[in-house]
Design a protein around this ligand. Sequence first.
Ligand SMILES: Nc1ncnc2c1ncn2[C@@H]1O[C@H](COP(=O)(O)OP(=O)(O)OP(=O)(O)O)[C@@H](O)[C@H]1O
Ligand SMILES: [Mg+2]
Length: 226
Amino acid sequence: MIEVTGVSHVYPGRETPALREVDVRLEEHRIGVVGANGSGKSTFARLLNGLVLPSSGTVVVGGWDTARDGREVRRRVGFCFTDPDSQIVMPTVAEDVAFGLRRRGMSKGEAAARVRDVLADYGLGAYADHAAHQLSGGQKQLLALASVLATAPDLLVMDEPTTLLDLRNSRMVADTVAHLPQQVVLVTHHLDLLTDFDRVLVFDETRLVHDGPPQESVKIYRELMA
Ligand SMILES: Nc1ncnc2c1ncn2[C@@H]1O[C@H](COP(=O)(O)OP(=O)(O)OP(=O)(O)O)[C@@H](O)[C@H]1O
Ligand SMILES: [Mg+2]
């Protein structure tokens, strides 16, 4: 359960808010977020795992307040960035997936087994010992997703996870998301990813302007963009 109450955010050095007065409770399994460039989507996504803290209002995820219980929130909320380079932290592909697992206290042997499984699942099995930064853009995006999902977060927040992916890998990500047991919040400009989602939020000019089923929200988003 995600509870966003009266949340506004002003980035340091900015005069105007990037997000204004957002009030929303999210209990559904799969939630999409759409809106124009600069409308506040990434800011909203980053608020959910405490990467950004509200200037006013509160964000509570699974009972934990992002401002007060940052550590607990970050343990439970996995985040996939638009730019996978900002997420890859270790030299090799296998080490990068292992990093999050070891940090959560998994033994070396257990982590190595999990890493093998996860890399195989994401078509990166042959790249285990490759330099992570030498992967293609799409492969990096898959690695970032694999590293996050390996830690089995309670909530997965994804900020445009398919921007660099070809059609096959976009479908693979969509399919993965469709079968994840945990709650997912997915920010995207790829509207077809959201067809089967439970609920889609539309942001416009720093506000949450619509909240409804995918077909309805996408229609409203298209009208806003017309
Ligand atoms: N780190 C930052 N510091 C200052 N201002 C920021 C920062 N990140 C975003 N902003 C500003 O906040 C506003 C909302 O940005 P945000 O990244 O949330 O938009 P977005 O909806 O994700 O856009 P896009 O579709 O282009 O990714 C923009 O005006 C942007 O310039
Ligand atoms: Mg964004």
